[in-house]
Design a protein around this ligand. Sequence first.
Ligand SMILES: *Cc1c(COP(=O)(O)O)cnc(C)c1O
Length: 426
Amino acid sequence: MTIHDYYTNWGISQAIIELAGETEEQVQSQFRKIEAVRAVNQLKVLAALQSAHFSESDLGGSSGYGYDDRGRMRLEEAYAKAMGAEKALVRWQISSGTHALSLCLFGILRPGDEILSVAGELYDTMQPVLGRGLEGQDQGSLADFDIHFRALPLTQEGHVDFKLLPGSIRPETRMIWIQRSRGYMNRPALLIDEIAEVVRTCRAVNPDLVIVCDNCYGEFVDDREPCEVGVDLVAGSLIKNPGGGIAQTGGYVAGRADLVEKAAQRLTAPGVGSEIGPTLGFTRQMAQGFYQAPHVVGECLKGLVFTSALLERLGYETSPGPFDHRSDIVQVLRFDTADELIAFCKSIQASSPVDSFVSPVPGDMPGYDSPVIMAAGAFVQGSSMELSADGPLRAPYTAFMQGGIVYENIKLAAMAAAEAMRRKRE
Ligand SMILES: *Cc1c(COP(=O)(O)O)cnc(C)c1O
């Protein structure tokens, strides 16, 4: 069968096949840029793995306390090097991005300290960590420890307000928080140059501030990582970018050695910190995923650029646009009706390698005042390195599309979605 036959079998019309061909031509210059960044990151990771002296025999894993687990130590050394950090903690015992970020907060902050977010409100799952919605419930949130949070609102255009930033740092401000990715917010991701500017601005006011970057969705999207421009600490999830779609769970923290160790003391217990942590059999998949992560992120970015360009040609608003500089793996698409949003998510689901035969339906979600539709057909539950899409059914009908490991698959999903939109208009 030819490629054309496969597309036809998936119900994609000649019109969309042709439009996809033109779209792919249109974005070639973007693809070359993505490939250039990917090449830098791929060599960065390869060099980091080599310099850590990985040996096949290190990858089997340890049990019990996991003292002196060589594979674990070498993977952490490689992570640190690739992230431009002094030290890293890379553990399957860190169960999510929220968990990794919490370790940074609880490990470093002390009663009376304040966190200042430079890019508005935090990602939804971070809200209870701060204490929001848990008032008076004694669940061990930061607020229960008298640790406070303040957010500097973004400018009208959705950028960091550099005019107000210096004056908003108070004596009790101990930590600066930079959420790189847009998450589910209506703002662009922070570019590495903007992150560098935040670091310069904050250090000028108080050189002792601890500057932390929520790097979830951001790893290997650009040719530098936040610690390379002066951020003290980054953290993220291994079922997002740095796990390369292979790690089945895990999280990481990387940065200044003393701060990483404080996060480790919180993960295990004060006194043992990063010294314990059995790897069982997980080091191999975490290392292999890390090795492939730059490649996978490149595939994902090409797929998102293609999707953005294709839907823009059909008249939809997309953010980032196909030619915008990206700093995360989130693509926002704006539809005219709830019907179109549902059709989009159904097309993503139907194009997935797993659960392609199920059809997503909108449902109620805690924390949302309108039903949400979610599409994901992933090998790893909840993995957003793998292609997924979701959106609340309220105006403006916005789909958040994340990830995708294989360009051809993301392209097919976008074409199936374009076909669904075309049919709706007829
Ligand atoms: C995903 C994400 C988180 C939380 O990670 P989980 O693995 O879902 O807990 C935090 N911040 C940002 C920007 C994210 O994208």
